[in-house]
Each structure stands twice: as structure tokens, then as C-alpha cells.
Design a protein around this ligand. Structure first.
Ligand code: XIL
Length: 344
């Protein structure tokens, strides 16, 4: 076979996230890669609440419309990302006109309107939704986000109920990061079990997969794939990328561009990637894909968080302005060695 999607045919969908440039149709070079190698897409940003409903009742559907139309035109499995998430959510969602927090009743009504409007618009066209994103912290407790503070943990069940009502046919997922972490694994499994016991539709668990060259361990990652599959839901790797950069603690969002020395430490491959690191990345990709293939009966989709290194969010997270090499295609959209090996 000549492409990733042909090589993985009958195993799992292989997907990628599309950014604004790609959705606009202007980035023809990377869209050619998407058409050739991928059979599933997700929007990197344009379906997030702050972008799709910037003001109450005012929707910005154009990019999402284009994204869905492009996916249909090219026979893609289309995942919607994401309905209820604390990040990239507009302030109006949680506050009244004087800026005070709204009541649970009002927030629930806003959640319902948002989910009905967005899911309803793409009913029968978007195949699945990341209904709730990142509701559990690494220690296994609930994230104390505004939904939680105002409504309590019930916001999660409500979100799934609203999504099911808005499109009974769409698959509904819970999505989160650090899913190899044992405490988080247990908490997510407990959350899903709770929803299932109440008869609430949940079809899958998305493991984001923003990983590094060393962490997390494949063993822990595998335990989570198994534990989630045992719940009887689909397991997906939804946002795979492998950073090659040091992941400093406590520097989230720091801007290093003004401090040259600091920059060299934290941005070691600005001038190019050493062969040894490129090989380590290839090896890491192949170990992960071997794990996914071992569990292909449990895994329905593996999605990369972007097409090529140049536009990856990892260049800017957790530190802005670095040069990362986290994806399967380089800055010129050329397939990396991992792609050739996977195809072979
Ligand atoms: C990221 C995007 O890639 C960035 O462009 C944006 O600035 C911030 O969000 N977990 C998620 C994704 O679920 O939505 C995030 O995407 C990455 C972390």
C-alpha cells in the first residue's frame, strides 16, 4: 500500500486535526496529504464554544460548515470537537450581564442551547462528538471548572443527555489527556461506569495522546486501553503527537522569545533536528502504533493532532515560540521515516 489509510485499512481509522488554514482550503499542500493518508478528521479549533458561539445566540458556523462539507466531499469520518470544555469557552457562558456567575438553571439552559444548536446543525453529518473534554484531573478528582462549580458533577451527564437528544445517531465520547495515569484511568472508568448504570449513552473514550519521547510508559498506556475497552465502549487515540522538546514544569505559557539563553535550553532544535532525536521519534511512533495494532480490536480510531510539524500547537505549548517536531509529516509535508515504516 502507498498510504497510511490503506496500510491501516480494516484496523482503525487514521485521522488528523484540521486547522483554520486547511479549513479555508488555501493550504492545498497539506490538504493533499490529508486526502492521501487519512480517512478521519476533527477540527482543531473551529467547533470550540468560544469560536462557534462567541456571543450568546450568535453563531460563527462558517468554518465548521466548510470543515464538515470538506469531510463529506472526501469521505472522511468526521468527529466534532468539543461541546463542553472549560478552555476556549466564552465568558458569557458563565456570567450574567453584570458579570456575576449565573445560576445552575441558567447554565444548564445555555449548555442545552449550545449543544442543540451545534449538534443539531450537523445532525446526521458529523459522525461523533467529544461531548465532554478534560473533566477529570490527574489525581482523579473532578476539575473544578465553572460547569462543576455552578452545576456540580451532574453537568457531565446532562451534556451527554443533550447531545443524545440533539442527534440520537451520533457517537458520543468522553475525551481527556494523561489517560495513562493510573489515578486518572480509574476515575474516568468510574465516571463512565456511573453514566452507563444510569442508562446514559456513551459510545467511546478518547485518549488524547499528547505524549513525549519517554513519558508516559507504554505499559501504563496499554493498561488504560484495556481498562477502557472492558467498559464496553470504543477506545480512541484522539490527539496524538510526540513532542521531542523538554517539558519544563511550571513554565506553562511562558514566553521565552526575549531571553536567549533560556531559549537555547528550552528550544534546543531551532536550527534543526539531530538524527539521534529523529530516530528516537520514529522508534517512539512505531512502539505506539505497534501497541495500537496489538489492540486493534479495541481501538476504533487513531487521530494525529495536526498534519505537519510547522503548524503543530506543540511549538507553542507549554512554552511559546519553540521548534518542535511532533507529527508524522515535516514542515514541507514530507512523510517522515515512521510513515514509511508503518506503510511497509
Ligand atoms: C489546542 C489547539 O491545538 C490550539 O491551536 C489552541 O490554541 C488550544 O487548543 N487538548 C484539546 C485540544 O482537547 O482542543 C487542544 O487543542 C490541545 C489540548
Amino acid at each position: 500500500s502507498a498510504s497510511l489509510k490503506e496500510a491501516l485499512e480494516g484496523k482503525f481509522y487514521i485521522g488528523t486535526a484540521l486547522n483554520q488554514f486547511q479549513i479555508s482550503g488555501r493550504d492545498t499542500a497539506s490538504l493533499a496529504v490529508v486526502k492521501k493518508h487519512f480517512n478521519a478528521i476533527v477540527a482543531e479549533n473551529c467547533m470550540k464554544s468560544r469560536i462557534i458561539q462567541p456571543r450568546e445566540g450568535e453563531f460563527n458556523f462558517l468554518p465548521a460548515d466548510r470543515f464538515v462539507a470538506w469531510g463529506e466531499e472526501h469521505g472522511m469520518f468526521i468527529n466534532g470537537h468539543t461541546l463542553i470544555w472549560h478552555s476556549q469557552a466564552p465568558n458569557w457562558f458563565f456570567t450574567d450581564r453584570s458579570g456575576n456567575p449565573v445560576s445552575a438553571e441558567v447554565l444548564i439552559r445555555r449548555m442545552k442551547n449550545h449543544i442543540f444548536s451545534v449538534v443539531g446543525r450537523y445532525k446526521g453529518r458529523v459522525h461523533s462528538w467529544d461531548v465532554v473534554n478534560e473533566a477529570i484531573l490527574d489525581d482523579g478528582s473532578y476539575r473544578k471548572n465553572k460547569f462543576y462549580e455552578i452545576i456540580g458533577e451532574e453537568y457531565i451527564a446532562l451534556a451527554f443527555e443533550f447531545a443524545r437528544q440533539a442527534d440520537p445517531e451520533a457517537e458520543l465520547y468522553y475525551n481527556d489527556y494523561s489517560m495513562a495515569n493510573p489515578a486518572k484511568r480509574a476515575a474516568v472508568a468510574a465516571l463512565v461506569t456511573k453514566l452507563q448504570r444510569r442508562g446514559i449513552k456513551i459510545d467511546g473514550i478518547g485518549m488524547q495522546g499528547h505524549v513525549g519521547l519517554k513519558y508516559p510508559s507504554l505499559d501504563e498506556f496499554e493498561k488504560s486501553i484495556i481498562a477502557f475497552a472492558e467498559l464496553g465502549v470504543k477506545v480512541m487515540i484522539t490527539e496524538l503527537d510526540i513532542t521531542v522538546l523538554p517539558q519544563p514544569r511550571g513554565t506553562g505559557g511562558a514566553d521565552i522569545s526575549s531571553n536567549f539563553k533560556y531559549r537555547q535550553e528550552l528550544d534546543p532544535y531551532a536550527a534543526g533536528l539531530p538524527d539521534s532525536i529523529a530516530r528516537a521519534s520514529t522508534e517512539r511512533y512505531l512502539s505506539f502504533f505497534n501497541l495500537f495494532l496489538k489492540h486493534q480490536d479495541k481501538i476504533s480510531r487513531v487521530t494525529l493532532w495536526g498534519v505537519n510539524d510547522g503548524y503543530s500547537w506543540r511549538n507553542n505549548w507549554p512554552v511559546r515560540g519553540r521548534t518542535d517536531y511532533p507529527l508524522l509529516f515535516d514542515r514541507n509535508n514530507r512523510p517522515k521515516a515512521a510513515v514509511d515504516s508503518l506503510i511497509a
